[in-house]
Design a protein around this ligand. Structure first.
Ligand code: G6P
Ligand code: MG
Length: 218
């Protein structure tokens, strides 16, 4: 039986995936890499430095910058991003999410966060949602980022649960792959073609209810 839920943050709980994209788009323009939706999707769930390397590699520019210059570009992206995060309020919680978290808590499910973002504690605080999550995986402690299963495996472990007793919720293809690799049930939120590997697909967060999940698992 399912006892816990392991949540991604950006693009699942809140609309920050749009902010990450906006902030990277500015950096891509600066280094002369053409931005498109496929690149934006590929960056979802990917750590800050890995994202920068993916952007540069798109136009074979990964060797055009020193490590120092790359760190400066990643810092510039994060500064862009933090300007957007600092304007966030609970209005930035995606539709249905607060009710879903409330329901999960009332039904006694344990909740953990498996976000690759070092900014996730700040984002949860801005949204007023910190108290829903018993534990969070510290992304700085990970050896491998998504799509590696490590982060979702740890998301179950910190709740003292077997992965098979957990459902992972993601908006990124890399994240769904991580959930599946960890041996959890995967829910993909967004384009079902991009997230075809998920056990359950919902096109948006408003569909995320226990009733819909139970119906999908039957
Ligand atoms: C999440 C987002 C990614 C982001 C990553 C690192 O996984 O989906 O777009 O690059 O976190 O975020 P950070 O806030 O640490 O730069
Ligand atoms: Mg995400």
């Amino acid at each position: 039986a399912i006892k816990g839920f392991v949540f991604d943050l950006d693009g699942v709980i809140t609309d920050t995936s749009v902010f990450h994209s906006q902030a990277w788009h500015q950096v891509a323009d600066k280094v002369g890499v053409k931005w498109d939706d496929t690149l934006a999707d590929a960056l979802k769930g990917i750590s800050r430095m890995d994202s920068l390397n993916l952007i540069l590699a798109k136009d074979h520019k990964e060797n055009d910058f020193t490590e120092e210059e790359k760190v400066a570009l990643a810092t510039e992206k994060n500064d862009n991003y933090l300007k957007l995060v600092n304007q966030m309020t609970p209005a930035n919680i995606l539709p249905g999410i607060q009710a879903f978290l409330e329901d999960l808590k009332a039904q006694g499910y344990l909740l953990s966060l498996a976000s690759a973002s070092k900014n996730s504690p700040l984002v949860l605080k801005k949204l007023g949602l910190s108290d829903y999550f018993t534990k969070s995986v510290d992304p700085a402690s990970l050896k491998h980022g998504k799509p590696d299963p490590e982060i979702f495996r740890r998301g179950a472990e910190i709740l003292n649960l077997d992965p098979a007793a957990c459902i992972g919720v993601e908006d990124a293809a890399a994240g769904v792959q991580s959930i599946n690799g960890a041996g959890e049930t995967s829910i993909g939120i967004g384009d079902p073609q991009v997230l075809a590997a998920a056990d359950i697909n919902f096109t948006d967060t408003a569909q995320l209810t226990l009733a819909n999940i139970k119906a999908a698992l039957d």
